[in-house]
Ligand binder design. Structure first.
Ligand SMILES: Nc1nc2c(ncn2[C@@H]2O[C@H](COP(=O)(O)OP(=O)(O)OP(=O)(O)O)[C@@H](O)[C@H]2O)c(=O)[nH]1
Length: 399
């Protein structure tokens, strides 16, 4: 997660999107409040139109312009606050409100040409608001602010009745507002992303086993086992769990040392993670040398297929001992269980499946190790819920 040094935003679009999605509720609230606040001031400033122009057609035109801004900003604020706007839509709403407000501001400036020095001050404040308070991307804010500055300076030259010294001061003032606005926005972007980075890092550390990088049991219990967490329907129906236990692991520790045992654990975990689907399946270090794979949208055959591939690949894998002098080889035993997560409203499906898989895995141990035992716990399964399915050559209870 690298932060871009110029914008203060994440350099990778995927990281930036994840951050923005995480921030979306606050972003929508900020956009809503800021637009309402700015609109109130924008409308209140019609008093200054009245003071400068008196009541008449020009004043009414300016009132109409301010009403357009109030209507646009009010609509955007209402949408941001009451509708579940997407990231993209929130940015469009921010840009539309900015563009309409700036366009009307230019119109007002042209109709009050004697006060360009005051308008410059107002624009300076509007630029700070665009950089800091209207949530947008750094590049959008930059384009809007510098675009408004260029248009305003062009209008000053065309309509303003200022001295050359006033023009220079005005340019300096607006450049200053842009520079400080951009620097402050960059710093704000950076600080909020650093905070997010720290939060993600903390969540990652709290959820993972530090030896293998797999999820830990706390994450299993607090997150994965929460009702509704396993949404197999998205992936087509059933959920399958595979419980894996490395065989004779104590012997490896006793023979080659604890560090070599750790290397075997890491090698098994790597294999398991490589063979499962990133972002769909979850791999948990369930105990010392026990691992659990949760496979949403996978039927029993799929679970057995994974366990079999894992079994054969692991049996063929040799891990170098800590001192690099010997190769350690061992096997693993597997319990595979499958169920329909919708069956009991999804409340205890994982807990029950893990219990079944655990029993099957111990059956595999008792049956001689290096084998896969499997069972479907689906209510509509031919063998009935919780009962072992008829043996299928090459699939169930296979070594
Ligand atoms: N190196 C290492 N060993 C661990 C770790 N966690 C647990 N162990 C060891 O794993 C071993 C598990 O031994 P057992 O439960 O007897 O299982 P086993 O020797 O694999 O026997 P079976 O499961 O019946 O094949 C114990 O000696 C634990 O000390 C760890 O993080 N690193």
């Amino acid at each position: 997660m690298r932060i871009h040094p110029l914008t203060g935003e994440f350099a990778l679009p995927a990281d930036e999107t994840a951050f923005l999605v995480h921030q979306l509720p606050q972003t929508r609230a900020l956009l809503g409040y800021t637009l309402v606040f700015c609109t109130l001031f924008y409308v209140a400033f019609s008093i200054s139109d009245l003071a400068a122009l008196g009541y008449g057609p020009t004043y009414l035109k300016l009132c109409a312009a301010r009403a357009v801004v109030a209507a646009t900003a009010g609509t955007c604020a209402w949408l941001a606050y009451h509708r579940p706007l997407s990231l993209h839509a929130t940015r469009i709403a921010a840009c539309v409100a900015d563009v309409v407000a700036l366009a009307c501001f230019m119109f007002i400036a042209v109709l009050r040409p004697d006060e360009f020095h005051w308008h410059a001050m107002s624009l300076g404040i509007m630029l700070i608001v665009i950089y800091l308070f209207i949530p947008n991307s750094f590049s959008n804010a930059l384009v809007l602010a510098w675009g408004a500055t260029a248009v305003f300076l062009a209008l000053t030259v065309t309509y303003g009745r200022l001295t050359a010294a006033d023009d220079v001061t005005m340019v300096m003032l607006l450049v200053l507002a842009n520079a400080f606005g951009a620097l402050a926005a960059r710093r704000f972007n950076q600080v909020s992303r650093e905070e997010y980075q720290a939060r993600v890092q903390l969540q990652h550390t709290a959820a993972r086993d530090h030896l293998t990088g797999c999820f830990n049991r706390r994450y299993l219990h607090e997150t994965l086992m929460r009702p509704g967490q396993v949404r197999a329907a998205e992936h087509g129906g059933l959920v399958t769990v595979v419980l894996c236990d490395i065989d004779h692991f104590k012997r490896i520790n006793d023979t080659y040392g604890h560090a070599s045992g750790d290397a075997v654990l890491r090698s098994f975990a790597d294999l398991l993670r490589r063979m499962t689907r990133d972002g769909v399946d979850s791999v948990v270090r369930y105990g010392g040398e026990e691992f659990l794979a949760i496979l949403p949208g996978t039927d029993l055959e799929g679970g057995i297929h994974l366990a079999e591939r894992l079994r054969t690949r692991f049996a063929d894998t040799s891990v170098l001992t800590d001192d690099g002098t010997e190769h350690v080889r061992t096997t693993a035993s597997f319990g595979v269980a499958c169920a329909d997560p919708a069956a009991d409203g999804g409340h205890h499906v994982l807990r029950d499946l893990i219990a079944i898989a655990d029993k099957l895995m111990y059956d595999a141990k008792r049956g001689g190790r290096d084998r896969v035992h499997a069972r479907c716990a689906c209510a509509n399964d031919a063998a009935g819920p919780g009962r072992e399915r008829p043996r299928r050559a090459g699939l169930v209870n296979r070594r």
